[in-house]
Design a protein around this ligand. Structure first.
Ligand SMILES: *[C@@H]1O[C@H](CO)[C@@H](O)[C@H](O)[C@H]1NC(C)=O
Ligand SMILES: *[C@@H]1O[C@H](CO)[C@@H](O)[C@H](O)[C@H]1NC(C)=O
Ligand SMILES: *[C@@H]1O[C@H](CO)[C@@H](O)[C@H](O)[C@H]1NC(C)=O
Ligand SMILES: *[C@@H]1O[C@H](CO)[C@@H](O)[C@H](O)[C@H]1NC(C)=O
Ligand SMILES: *[C@@H]1O[C@H](CO)[C@@H](O)[C@H](O)[C@H]1NC(C)=O
Length: 249
């Protein structure tokens, strides 16, 4: 009898454990007027089923991710294959030489979407960061959060011509990306690498902050730029969104 009860408890516990292990879908869509080559990078565990692919204008692709996945997404632009078959991109390149990044991450400047699923108490943590610079406009939108939950859509959409100081522009008068001040000047004051020196927002990060108040703009930016959402939502990551949807739905 006792054995039967133990077995029942064991089965119930195993069942709830298995039931808790649900994967999620992340939809990546390209609303830019040009092709984007998204990249994925896992910071824990194995790579996703794809680590890089082509998304033409108007296309979308669903990527299934394990329930406790952590990592980031970004977009590459102006990619091409050279005469010897080597693949590279003007922005966001992961230097793998192929469309798949295969465990390599992006080269700055790149706008990053960072996601950490089921991190604490069933909460996901996510953010959009321009700490490593900015190349493409992108937002992340949690899908169908439960009523009463504040699952905020965050992202950064700026006009590089307007918001990137000349000395940080990549590509001169036709900018394709904006470096971070840390990348451009490599000094501890911008890179926040000296613990005894107060790390500062720069002209660059202030410009971005004004237009993208909910994105991380420099390394020691307000920690509230990290958002949470519970109840295992799926997410949609959109390059070149026409608008950033209102905070809560
Ligand atoms: C993910 O997408 C697949 C195929 O579109 C679907 O069968 C599955 O139910 C989805 N999973 C979740 C967690 O939404
Ligand atoms: C082609 O691209 C690859 C990968 O980026 C690079 O290693 C190689 O040197 C390039 N070849 C030529 C001929 O430019
Ligand atoms: C920035 O300015 C250049 C040159 O005037 C123009 O070609 C380009 O389309 C502009 N880019 C944006 C994002 O407005
Ligand atoms: C940045 O500066 C640090 C310390 O001054 C130096 O060790 C490092 O090599 C520099 N990095 C680059 C990319 O120049
Ligand atoms: C850190 O900043 C302090 C104060 O500005 C300065 O005295 C010190 O030399 C800096 N250390 C490094 C490693 O740059």
């Amino acid at each position: 009898m006792a054995d039967g009860l133990l077995l029942l408890i064991f089965l119930l516990v195993s069942f709830s454990f298995v039931a808790g292990v649900t994967s999620r879908n992340i939809t990546i869509e390209n609303k830019c007027d040009y092709s984007v080559w998204p990249g994925t990078y896992s910071t824990n565990g194995p790579s996703l089923s794809t680590t890089g692919f082509l998304l033409r204008k108007g296309e979308a692709r669903v990527i299934n991710v394990p329930s406790s996945w952590r990592g980031r997404f970004w977009g590459r632009s102006l990619c091409s294959t050279n005469s010897t078959g080597g693949f590279s991109c003007v922005t966001g390149d992961c230097r793998s030489g192929n469309i798949e990044c295969s465990g390599a991450s992006s080269t700055p400047p790149t706008t990053l979407v960072e996601l950490s699923l089921d991190t604490f108490n069933g909460q996901d943590f996510y953010d959009v960061s321009v700490v490593d610079g900015y190349n493409l406009p992108v937002i992340i939108v949690p899908q169908h959060p439960k009523r009463g939950q504040s699952c905020i859509s965050v992202g950064c959409v700026v006009n590089l011509n307007k918001s990137c100081p000349r000395e940080l522009k990549v590509g001169g008068d036709q900018p394709v990306a904006c470096m971070s001040a840390c990348q451009a000047f490599n000094s501890s004051i911008f890179c926040c690498t000296n613990s005894t020196e107060k790390c500062q927002a720069t002209l660059y990060s202030q410009n971005f902050k004004r237009e993208c108040p909910l994105a991380y703009s420099y390394a020691l930016d307000d920690q509230t730029m990290l958002f949470t959402c519970a109840n295992s939502p799926n997410y949609v990551v959109t390059f070149c969104p026409s608008t950033i949807p209102n905070a809560t739905k």
